[in-house]
Ligand binder design. Structure first.
Ligand SMILES: Nc1ncnc2c1ncn2[C@@H]1O[C@H](COP(=O)(O)OP(=O)(O)OP(=O)(O)O)[C@@H](O)[C@H]1O
Length: 584
């Protein structure tokens, strides 16, 4: 069976597709050509000025010529505006198109990167890459390359022009521009050394800000918001420090180069003095070639700044490529369908962090169309078992099978088609209630959605809202209560109607009214014959389960029915007695 990454974009893994997405388009090239042409037209004004000065000096300038000159200058000006506007617009459109393609590609790609990659720091890195690195790359396309090409073309044009007037002056200007080579070599070294660090610290900054904003409620509750938040403040301080170090290292190189290129001005004045004094060079030419080095020095400085910043922005391009080339989850996209849906863990090992095992040789079977409850201490690995069944993570050892077929070589997407998950953390999109539920089955009709909601005990509260099923849920469902969100998540599971149901029962944190509503919704959900794995945080709920698994020390410590486990008088019996004491 052919294996490929889940979206079939094998290229992303080989890096080819990433380069393809970053490719410049025709709008970009039109933009660059427009910017260069506009620059050269502005340079042509010097030549015009030179010709006018020659006429003036010779006393041959009259009203007609003044009118022609005004017309030509106005024409060039108009042409420049037209070309600039057209080129600028094209470059902006081209850059935005590339950014859009990169972001779409990355969005799709991130969906397929193993979840184990999404640690706190790495998430900040991804956000930084998708937002500021892509922006930086867009800036390269819309501004930097065009500006650089324009400055290079204009510099070259002026040097050639000065050479036609007086060769040694042209050579001095050329030599001044060649100083850019050692200057840039030095600045590129600084960029390599500090630019990358700056980018990394920026990603850390994003991480800490994301954490701060997501946890703002908790920060406020404990009075650690604002200036008291050490992590955010430290991250910002580190960013200020590295920004300062970066500028402090690059600035002297730029300043030194400015001074050296500016020296071309007195050098040209001295060099051209003798031929002017001897009459070999006319006054107008002398005047012009004495003025132009100042302009050329400014251009050289612009090239230096732009190239240094280009090199710095290229760090962003490499970061984008790095993310694009991250390996995607592998697995067959062939349909994964089995006659039965029992789930088997065969000596499964798993660790989120290398060296810190969560599951050690875990072995058990969840029977087909039966309810299996998982209980155990907090942090014992109950949710991890559900995450592994859903293929959110891959085990490091052993095998997991569904209906007798190992899932190791099956794409997570295909396995998830067989599974509905009702989690403690319900994620809702900032969309209407109806569309949030429809995510479970995009082709579901409105009637089917409403029927699922009736079963999930949420039809009542939805209809009592002013806009009913078209009520927006707010960002991550924050306009709904915890119990309402849970019931919407149950409605999704009912609508999906998949043969396997993974349920993380969490009614403990709800008020009594919501708890009863959610419990009723879960009871309705369990009415259909399905293979159910349910994490239970209170044992009274699992008394009637067909099988109870007790997780302890990374293994299944006990397995059996409620009565069998009580008879064993082991961990489950102890937990049961403790719970009975509390509720007595
Ligand atoms: N994404 C993660 N990265 C690193 N460690 C994790 C991650 N998720 C869970 N862990 C760790 O793995 C262990 C098992 O976690 P798990 O969530 O499976 O426990 P649990 O039994 O479901 O806990 P609870 O009943 O409190 O929800 C814990 O020590 C937890 O700290």
């Amino acid at each position: 069976m052919r294996e490929h990454n889940v979206n079939g974009s094998e290229g992303a893994r080989e890096g080819g597709l990433g380069h393809e997405v970053l490719k410049k388009n025709s709008n970009f090239y039109i933009g660059v050509a427009g910017t260069v042409l506009e620059g050269m037209l502005s340079g042509s004004l010097f030549m015009l000025l030179y010709a006018v000065m020659q006429f003036l000096w010779a006393g041959r300038f009259d009203m007609n010529q003044a009118l022609v000159l005004t017309g030509v200058i106005a024409g060039i000006f108009l042409l420049r505006i037209l070309i600039y506007s057209y080129g600028y617009t094209k470059a902006q459109i081209g850059g935005a198109e590339v950014s859009r393609n990169i972001r779409l590609f990355m969005g799709d790609h991130l969906k397929r990167i193993p979840l184990s990659r999404f640690t706190q720091g790495q998430t900040g890195d991804y956000i930084n890459t998708i937002t500021s690195d892509v922006n930086n790359y867009e800036k390269i396309l819309t501004h930097k390359i065009g500006d650089l090409a324009k400055s290079f073309a204009l510099s070259l044009m002026l040097i050639v022009f000065v050479m036609t007037v007086y060769v040694p002056a042209g050579l001095i200007l050329l030599a001044a521009d060649l100083l850019l080579i050692p200057g840039l070599w030095l600045s590129f070294r600084m960029v390599r050394k500090y630019g990358r660090e700056k980018n990394d610290i920026c990603a850390e900054n994003v991480s800490s800000i994301v954490e701060y904003v997501s946890g703002i409620q908790t920060f406020r509750a404990y009075g650690v918001g604002g200036l008291k938040n050490k992590t955010v403040i430290d991250a910002m301080r580190a960013f200020c420090r590295i920004s300062y170090v970066y500028e402090a290292k690059v600035l002297p190189v730029g300043a030194g180069l400015s001074i050296l290129t500016w020296l071309a001005c007195p050098l040209v004045i001295w060099t051209a003095y003798a031929p002017w004094a001897a009459g070999a060079l006319d006054t107008v030419s002398y005047l012009l070639i004495c003025m132009l080095p100042l302009f050329c020095a400014k251009l050289a400085n612009t090239i230096f700044v732009d190239l240094t910043s280009y090199k710095n922005l290229m760090i962003s391009k490499n970061k984008i490529l790095g993310v694009m080339e991250e390996p995607e989850e592998s697995g067959s996209m062939e349909p994964f369908q089995t006659d039965t849906h029992e789930i088997t863990f065969d000596h499964v090992d798993f660790a989120y962090v290398p060296g810190e095992p969560v599951l050690k040789q875990a072995t058990f079977t969840v029977p087909d169309q039966k309810l299996t409850a998982i209980v155990g201490d907090s942090g014992s690995g109950k949710s991890t078992i559900l995450n592994l069944i859903a293929k959110y993570y891959e085990p490091s050892g052993g095998a997991i099978s569904i209906g007798g077929r190992p899932t190791g070589h099956v794409a997570a997407e295909r396995v998830l088609e067989q599974i509905s998950m009702v989690d403690q953390d319900v994620f809702l999109f900032d969309d209407t209630i109806r569309d949030n539920i429809r995510h479970a089955r995009p082709d579901a009709t409105d009637e089917e959605i409403e029927a699922a909601c009736r079963e999930a005990n949420c039809d009542g509260f939805i209809r009592s809202m002013e806009k009913g099923y078209d009520t927006p849920t707010g960002e991550n469902g924050n306009l709904l209560s915890g119990g309402e969100r849970q019931r919407i998540s149950i409605a999704r599971a009912i609508l999906k109607n998949s043969p396997i149901l993974l349920l993380d029962e969490a009614t403990a944190s709800l008020d009594i009214e919501n708890e009863l509503a959610v419990k009723q919704a879960i009871a309705n959900l369990l009415k259909e014959k399905k293979t159910v794995v349910m994490i239970a945080h209170t044992l009274s709920i699992v008394k009637n389960a067909d099988q109870i698994l007790v997780v302890a020390d990374g293994k299944i410590a006990e397995a059996g029915t409620h009565e069998e486990l009580l008879a064993k008088n082991g961990k489950y019996a102890a937990m049961w007695q403790a719970e009975q004491k509390i509720s007595a």
